[in-house]
Design a protein around this ligand. Structure first.
Ligand code: DGJ
Length: 725
């Protein structure tokens, strides 16, 4: 890592995969980012010093006399008037810190270069350890740890990390939504002040996974864009802030701490979650860094993503062995590989009104335990999966009756309002934690279980510790992570799916522990196109569970052809959530074809690079996946609604090797159905052979389709003819 040390400061330049970050440390101040974005190329000591000189400004009128310094933890003592990185006090004192770095360390571990700065504020009696990592894929990760070195308590209100983005980043993108409609894109100008997104309920159906800022109009394929993600499953705060008069723009993130939630006793420390930061020319390039980073983790799910059948929308709480066996028979017949028994199997759980926390099989419904079903599933050659909601408790449960003191509450004897008739178990209480761990561990050890769906169906409100009445979301989040980690360690062969009423908990705090995300409780194919696309700005498609539901979607009442339902789900971790015993023979046969197609293509879908087309038409969504070597790609062209242009015009297929020639054909079982009137374009029957550059820059005529339909297109590189150069 090139470094320079001189009167202008100390510099570090990290470069990877077309991105670079230049850090400067002036005097003993905490490091500041001089540049984060496109690779600046090699810069020697002189180059870095000149870069620094180029960045220095004159002071404006009526300002502080020192040039302000925007460090990773911005401080008022260095001239920063935006939201401070650290906010806290020692009984009202030590409200403003001035950290001095006394040691800098470097290293590299598993493809990540890291720098660690150790700093101290003698007056405030605080020590800060700041760490920045750059992965070989160009993804940055930053975190900090604050330690109280004083003899009395330091009350921490916030510890946020900030990254500057250049002034050309004038448009903000983030997501909002609700249960059943998560991650809907919103764009706003990056104007003066703060664009603040906070989550105070430890779930975020309405929250954003990504906060990005880019050149106005940035799209998937082009336009410089910078984005951050907070890997934390508790309360969160992310902000895009533009501070006048100099107009600095920062993206900042940290845990949202409730009043008094983190009171650091003498020698105690608080560690922030990781803030992940990615830059790209276009959102696809930004997302690719997240995908590469996640895919290179040793624990990343690499085995073929098995076709799952989840029984929830097929039977809901109606658990009947014969009915479920019949469903399993149909599932196995069409090629399903995993059968997941959802909510309703445990003590007293005949509806959502009771039973949470009592993780033993209900003898009334399952007199011989789960084995008759699990064995049947296994005899059919499928894996068996089971649903839990470990962090929750129903007031109507054995555990709540025995231990009312295990329920999170504000501390004045009141319980928070119920939600879905449930409360939250205080996992920060070691007795409660042990009880839940033991109960779940017993079930996982006794039945042949290969997959766990881990649900979390209520927001945390007034979540205080029953013991001392203090806000407890931070403690609860850490305790939940410990439960995930302990159960994973104990059952390493089991795959875990994260679900929080669908996509309410999709952050990397949880997803670095889970193999799959149930991205939304809606299986509406149309809604899922947008939800899954937004989710895949962070998560690669193999981690995003996507199911084919019943013809009439339960959550929206829309009716879709099977080809659209299947094409919408097939690029993700494919599954089925439909009572197949009620499907017609023709439907089961068609679904079997889709399953066979998925199984033969999933290697490409789940290892390839995800690309989207900026189609220029809001009615048309194009998403593709290109094999790592670029030899093959599959594109999905979805007609979201009736388009204004008809026929649609040409459609560009991005991401291929520019000089290789590709055979382009219609792909997948839906191909047989063909497009709507006035019929297919001339290339439909025979396919086409064109170079990647032509496909990316010129394209092919888009087949006209009815609204809420989709087709797949495959491009396969063809060997050059013998006389070709
Ligand atoms: C919400 C989930 O997202 C559904 O898929 C299902 O598991 C229900 N909870 C069960 O209660």
């Amino acid at each position: 890592m090139p470094e320079a040390d001189g009167p202008a400061g100390r510099f570090h330049h990290l470069r990877a995969a077309g991105a670079s970050v230049v850090l400067r440390q002036r005097g003993d101040a905490l490091p500041e980012i001089l540049h984060w974005g496109a690779d600046l190329g090699e810069l020697d000591e002189r180059g870095l010093t000149e870069l620094s000189r180029a960045s220095r400004t004159v002071l404006g009128s009526d300002t502080l006399d020192d040039e302000p310094l925007l460090s990773l933890v911005p401080e008022a003592s260095r001239g920063w008037f935006g939201a401070p990185g650290l906010s806290g006090h020692r009984a009202g004192r030590a409200f403003s810190t001035r950290f001095g770095v006394h040691e800098t360390r470097f290293g590299e571990v598993a493809g990540e270069e890291w720098i660690r700065w150790l700093a101290r504020d003698e007056h405030a009696e605080l020590a800060l350890e700041l760490e920045l990592r750059m992965h070989v894929c160009g993804l940055l990760r930053i975190r900090a740890e604050l330690r109280n070195e004083g003899g009395d308590v330091f009350d921490l209100d916030a510890l946020r990390l900030a990254l500057p983005v250049p002034r050309i980043a004038d448009e903000i993108l983030d997501h909002t939504g609700r249960h059943l409609l998560e991650r809907q894109e919103q764009r706003t100008p990056f104007s003066a002040g703060a664009h603040l997104r906070e989550s105070r309920k430890a779930r975020a159906h309405d929250g954003t996974m990504l906060l990005a800022a880019g050149v106005p109009g940035f799209g998937f394929e082009s336009g410089e864009v910078w984005g951050i993600h907070l890997g934390w499953s508790g309360n969160t705060s992310v902000r895009a802030e533009r501070v006048q008069p100099r107009g600095e723009r920062v993206l900042a993130a940290g845990e949202l701490l409730l009043p008094g939630e983190v009171r650091l006793e003498s020698r105690a420390a608080y560690a922030t979650p990781w803030v992940y930061a990615s830059y790209g020319d276009g959102l696809d390039a930004l997302a690719e860094r997240f995908h590469r980073y996640l895919r290179e983790r040793p624990e990343h799910p690499r085995s073929p993503r098995r076709v799952s059948l989840n029984v929830w929308e097929a039977v809901y709480f109606d658990h009947d062995l014969d009915r479920l066996r019949a469903l399993a028979d149909e599932a196995a017949r069409i090629g399903v590989e995993r059968f997941v028994l959802d909510d309703g199997w445990f003590l007293g759980r005949r509806s959502s009104a009771a039973g949470l926390g009592d993780w033993t099989v209900d003898p009334d419904v399952w007199p011989r335990g789960l084995s008759p079903l699990a064995d049947h599933v296994s005899e059919l050659g499928m894996e068996f999966g089971l649903w839990f909601e470990p962090e929750m408790v129903s007031p109507d449960s054995e555990v709540a009756r025995a231990h009312p003191e295990w329920i999170l509450q504000p501390g004045d004897g009141r319980l928070p309002a119920t939600s879905r008739s449930q409360q939250v178990l205080d996992l920060g209480n070691p007795d409660a934690w042990d009880h839940i761990f033991d109960a779940i561990d017993r079930v996982l050890s006794s039945t042949g279980i290969a997959a766990v769906k881990w649900d979390h169906n209520r927001d945390l409100s007034e979540a205080g510790s029953p013991g001392d009445g203090r806000a407890s979301v931070h403690r609860q989040t850490r305790a939940a992570y410990r439960l995930w980690d302990a159960l994973r360690l104990r059952h390493p062969h089991i795959e875990f799916e994260s679900c929080a009423g669908g996509g309410g908990r999709a952050d990397l705090g949880i997803m670095e522990r889970a193999d799959r995300l149930w991205a939304s409780d809606t299986i509406d194919a149309l809604e899922r196109l947008a939800i899954d696309t937004a989710t895949s700005l962070i998560l690669p498609p193999e981690m995003i569970g996507a199911h084919v539901g019943a013809p009439r979607t339960h959550t929206t009442g829309r009716t879709h052809d099977l080809s659209f339902r299947a094409a919408s789900a097939v690029l993700g971790h494919f599954g089925v959530e439909w009572d197949l015993t009620r499907a017609s023979d023709a439907e089961r046969e068609e679904l079997a074809e889709w399953i066979a197609y998925y199984r033969s293509s999933r290697e490409l879908f789940h290892r390839g690079r995800v690309v989207h087309g900026d189609t220029g038409d809001e009615a048309l969504a194009l998403r593709g996946v290109v094999s790592p070597g670029g030899e093959e790609a599959v594109y999905r062209v979805a007609q979201l609604r009736a388009g204004l242009s008809y026929p649609m015009g040409t459609l560009r297929l991005p991401g291929l090797m520019p000089s290789a020639r590709y055979r382009v054909t219609i792909d997948g079982p839906g191909a047989a159905l063909g497009p709507s009137k006035p019929g297919p374009p001339p290339w439909w029957e025979t396919g086409l052979v064109l170079p990647g550059a032509v496909l990316a820059r010129f394209g092919v005529q888009a087949p006209p389709q009815l609204p809420e339909h989709a087709i797949l297109i495959r491009a396969v590189a063809v060997p050059a003819a013998p006389d070709e150069p």
